[in-house]
Design a protein around this ligand. Structure first.
Ligand SMILES: Cc1cc2nc3c(=O)[nH]c(=O)nc-3n(C[C@H](O)[C@H](O)[C@H](O)COP(=O)(O)O)c2cc1C
Length: 226
C-alpha cells in the first residue's frame, strides 16, 4: 500500500518536474545570448520564434494595447508616419495576408494569431515634402509594439519575405503615398517540434556582433574602448 502511494507520488513529481522543465526550456536562451551587465532583460529576451501555437487567439483588447504602445514612439516632426494593417487568424483577411508571404514564411506563419504589415506614409501629413525618415520612424514604432507584445506574453516575427506589390494591392495602399515596409506575425510560442523539419534547428535565439563593431567614437572604425 505504502509502495503504491510512493509510486503515485513519484509519478506526480516526475510529471510536475517535466512540466517545469518544458516551460523552462521554452523560455531558455539556448545560445550564448550574452548581454553586457546593465542591459535591460526585455531587449535580450526579445527574439523571433517561428513555432507558434495555432490554438491561441489574440483578443481585440490585446491588439489595442500592443499597437497603442507603438503610438508613443518618436518621429520626425511628430508626424507618426506608421500604419499597422492587421489580420487576426480568426478573421476573413488572414488567408489573403498569408498568401502574400514567401512560401517559406507561410509554412510557419500560418499558425500565428495575427499577420500584419508595417506601412509608412511617404510624405509629411502637414507638408507636401517627402519624409526621408518615415521608414526609420516606423521601425521604431515596430520595436515598441514588439516589446509591448512580449510584455503580454506574445512574440513577433518580422518578414521581409513577402510580395510587396500584392500586399499593397490587397490593403489598398497607393504606392505613391504609402510604402508597405515589412510583414510580421504575432503569436504565442509553441514547441519547436511542431515546426517542419527544415525550420527546427533555427528555432532558438541567435547571437549578435560585438559592441566594437557597431559603436565607434568619432569616426567609423574606432572601437568604443579607444
Ligand atoms: C525587416 C526584417 C525582415 C525579416 N525577414 C524575415 C523573413 O522573411 N523570414 C524570417 O523567417 N525571418 C525574418 N526576419 C527575422 C530575422 O531573421 C531576425 O530578426 C534576426 O535573425 C535576428 O533574430 P531575433 O529577432 O530572433 O533576435 C526579419 C526581420 C526583420 C527585422
Amino acid at each position: 500500500m505504502r509502495q503504491a502511494t510512493g509510486n503515485a507520488l513519484s509519478a506526480a513529481l516526475i510529471a510536475a518536474i517535466s512540466s517545469i522543465e518544458k516551460e523552462y526550456t521554452m523560455s531558455l536562451d539556448r545560445t550564448e545570448r550574452n548581454a553586457r551587465p546593465g542591459v535591460d532583460r526585455q531587449f535580450i529576451d526579445r527574439w523571433s520564434p517561428r513555432a507558434f501555437d495555432p490554438t491561441q487567439e489574440i483578443s481585440r483588447e490585446e491588439i489595442e494595447i500592443i499597437f497603442s504602445a507603438a503610438r508613443w514612439s518618436p518621429s520626425c516632426f511628430n508626424d507618426q508616419p506608421w500604419q499597422f494593417v492587421v489580420a487576426p487568424r480568426t478573421g476573413l483577411d488572414f488567408q489573403d495576408f498569408l498568401e502574400t508571404l514567401a512560401p517559406k514564411n507561410q509554412k510557419w506563419a500560418k499558425k500565428a494569431a495575427l499577420i500584419g504589415y508595417v506601412v509608412c506614409r511617404r510624405h509629411f501629413a502637414e507638408k507636401e515634402a517627402k519624409n526621408a525618415w518615415a521608414e526609420f520612424d516606423s521601425g521604431a514604432a515596430w520595436m515598441a509594439m514588439t516589446l509591448q507584445a512580449n510584455a503580454l506574453g506574445w512574440y513577433t516575427h518580422g518578414m521581409g519575405g513577402f510580395d510587396q506589390a500584392q500586399a499593397a494591392k490587397r490593403i489598398g495602399a497607393d504606392g505613391n503615398a504609402y510604402k508597405v515596409i515589412c510583414a510580421f506575425a504575432i503569436g504565442k510560442r509553441s514547441d519547436p517540434s511542431t515546426l517542419p523539419e527544415d525550420l527546427r534547428d533555427a528555432e532558438s535565439p541567435n547571437g549578435r556582433k560585438p559592441l566594437s563593431e557597431v559603436v565607434q567614437f568619432g569616426h567609423l572604425g574606432t572601437p568604443p574602448t579607444a
